[in-house]
Design a protein around this ligand. Sequence first.
Ligand code: ADP
Ligand code: MG
Length: 261
Amino acid sequence: MSLETLDSGQEHIASAISDEVVIELSKVNKWYGEFHVLKDIDLTVYKGERIVICGPSGSGKSTLIRCINRLEEHQQGDILVNGVTMDTNLKNIDAIRRDVGMVFQSFNLFPHLTVLENCTLAPIWVRNTPKAEADRLAMQLLERVKIPEQAAKYPGQLSGGQQQRVAIARSLAMNPNIMLFDEPTSALDPEMISEVLDVMVGLAESGMTMLVVTHEMGFAKRVADRVIFMDQGEIVEQNTPGEFFNNPKSDRTKLFLSQIL
Ligand code: ADP
Ligand code: MG
């Protein structure tokens, strides 16, 4: 949680936003039992856009991004991903999941598989990619996240930062065009945070559409096209990082920023 994790003097990376809408949420509402966790969420995401979502613990950030690949089900409103409606139709859910990769706080690697096998399992078994081709692609991705030399090791033999980079490579192996990150550095020791953020910066530079829940404000300043602040199930405020940090509008945003910066 600091501006210093990435040097805040670094330039904002070039935007790659197109006018093509890839995610559209309209009046999305969700309850856990009686608890109203998402309240009338409207959100339009454009291809190539990088969005950072922040807000207090319990404000609904994880729930929001988990609804985008149906790890959670919303009860009211519409979610469209690449033009496909998120509903109970399994074909639609499959189509959406094919396009959307997700990286979690807790890595969630398969402990009994090597790093390489973690990255080839789904391409081989879900996509029917021939093993040699899946291996080749996985090695390319492990190079991209800068740990090709770890390919034959098991997750338990890696540091947290290395494991999270494997998780990113594994997700990219399914060739998503949208990536969701839920506090990807929150479980890491401080010295490992920047190696994961660096990989995410590289992904942003490649033009990937990204929704990132994080409190790494240095990352937000450098990478985000838009910062969204959530509180109590609502999008309270959203703006460019410059405006968001220098000129927050709502008292709730000001309070939040005063606590984390
Ligand atoms: P955040 O990611 O912003 O911390 P979450 O989306 O995880 O927030 O949670 C929002 C609220 O919903 C919290 O109060 C949390 O306790 C509650 N919640 C999250 N998941 C569940 C669940 N599966 N069942 C009931 N309540 C939940
Ligand atoms: Mg969360």
